[in-house]
Design a binder for this molecule. Sequence first.
Ligand code: GLN
Length: 292
Amino acid sequence: MKKVFALFSAALVSALCLASCGGTDSTSSSSESSAQESSASTSSAESSATESSSEEASEGSTDAAAEFTTVTEGVLTMATNAEFPPYEYYEGDTIVGIDAEVAQLIADELGLTLEITDVAFDSIVPGVQSGKYDMGMAGMTIDEDRLKSVNFSTPYATGIQAVIVTEDSDIASIDDLTGKKIGVQTSTTGDIYASEDYGMENVVQYDNGALAVEGLKSGKVDCVIIDNEPAKAYVAANEGLKLLETEYAVEDYAICFSKENAALQEAVNSVLEDLIADGSVQEIVDKYITAE
Ligand code: GLN
């Protein structure tokens, strides 16, 4: 059931990729970024992907990239929820992770300074929708409901909804979840799917994944449904927990934008698609996620 949308979006990525990855180089970020950044402290802006020397972004199909605006001139304001390792988490006072690094590359290519704001996960979409933040990047799944409020970029990673149980659990597979108490992080796709599939009365919402895992350890819930990578981190950090082998759902992560700022979305997409095509995104993912 959940896989249908994921498959659909995977097909969309391929289609987008066919349309843009191999086509004419219309990266076009140099012209609009220089318009943007008159007073910005651009760091390493003009590196590899801005080699397109065209004056205007008129070539190809990415012409909308020409005139984007950001909340603060010269700054790309990204909202995230920095409790989602390895995509975003704190190292000291700094938010690091896959999303932080990919966003930094995007900002560099666009000639913008990246500013990451840490907010509750369920504040990201409303904040982006209302124009408080330029974009939301938080291991966020493309979801039909969210698409009513915001637009999404080209997907840049695959997410899996996984199930954490205690080592002595009688839950052996997804089929055993009926009637069990399921811990989730509020408003995540784990929450949305579990409420649909097993009934809201069986779902216990927590502010973040760490609290849901505490709930599992203290017996308040029988399992936690959460994205695979943080799930692995929680299992590694807590004795007596394990992951079910079966996947609950497979989905695509993407960056969300206000529907009012299609030009920024296009500009980011153009850069992001290049970063995917040249392997930069994969390089960052590989740095944080080692193959088992
Ligand atoms: N991928 C999940 C979602 O989009 C969880 C994201 C998160 O908790 N940061 O709902």
